[in-house]
Design a protein around this ligand. Structure first.
Ligand code: SF4
Length: 215
């Protein structure tokens, strides 16, 4: 479905392999978001065939007050897609409840040690799985995972096991195009692109687990 993407700068994570580092780590980049600008942009997007509006980043949740204000005064708002790292607070999801039609959640790491070492965040698993449960109660949910080289047993397997146990029918989007970017070279296993065999192995495991892999 044609989607109108709104990129917001700034992010609360610091993934060593970030591909958006130029804007993801500078929340002041870009122009100020206003309801007038959003209304004009939405109208233009519709003339281009956009059927929904997708907030992406960086991490859009860090700009939630501005986004909510702009949306509340925007004329002709289409269905909303919220693409997020899902490291936000329950209060953030409460504020988004009823406004988001589809959540696209990045489930990046299958254990806290990898999340801390690679993205510099604490308590990752508990926060993200809590938020996945909240979001699945609110609206349509797509869980995305970028397959990381060398993280099959520590990250991919636990994520597949959790989804199999907790939400086996959720749409699961597997991304196998990993390329080393930003500071990926600081981590030996992340210094090279994902091999074809690792991608195939991951897809095989997800299929064997009966997950609803959509791409
Ligand atoms: S969550 Fe996304 S934008 Fe933020 S640091 Fe990680 S890869 Fe970059």
């Amino acid at each position: 479905m044609p989607s109108h993407l709104f990129y917001l700068s700034g992010c609360d994570l610091r993934c060593a392999f970030c591909i958006a580092e130029a804007s993801a780590f500078d929340p002041s980049r870009g122009r100020v978001l206003t309801s007038e600008f959003l209304t004009e942009a939405v109208a233009w997007g519709k003339t281009q065939g956009a059927r929904n509006l997708q907030w992406v980043g960086g991490e859009p949740t860090i700009h939630l007050p501005s986004v909510l204000e702009a949306m509340s005064n925007c004329v002709g708002l289409p269905p909303i897609v919220w693409k997020s790292d899902f490291y936000g607070t329950p209060a953030a999801f409460e504020l988004l409840s009823g406004l988001v039609d589809v959540y696209v959640a990045d489930f990046k790491f299958g254990n806290d040690e990898c999340a801390n070492r690679i993205a510099r965040v604490a308590n990752y698993g508990a926060v993200v799985t809590r938020n996945l449960r909240i979001a699945s109660e609110q609206s349509d949910l797509i869980v995305r995972h970028l397959i990381l080289p060398g993280h099959f047993d520590c990250c991919f397997r636990p994520i597949v096991a959790w989804l199999q146990r907790e939400m086996p029918r959720v749409k699961f989007s597997l991304r196998d195009g990993y390329q080393p970017r930003w500071q990926a070279g600081r981590h030996a296993e992340l210094a090279a692109p994902l091999s074809r065999s690792e991608g195939e192995q991951a897809r095989r495991l997800a299929a064997e687990a009966g997950l609803n892999v959509i791409a």
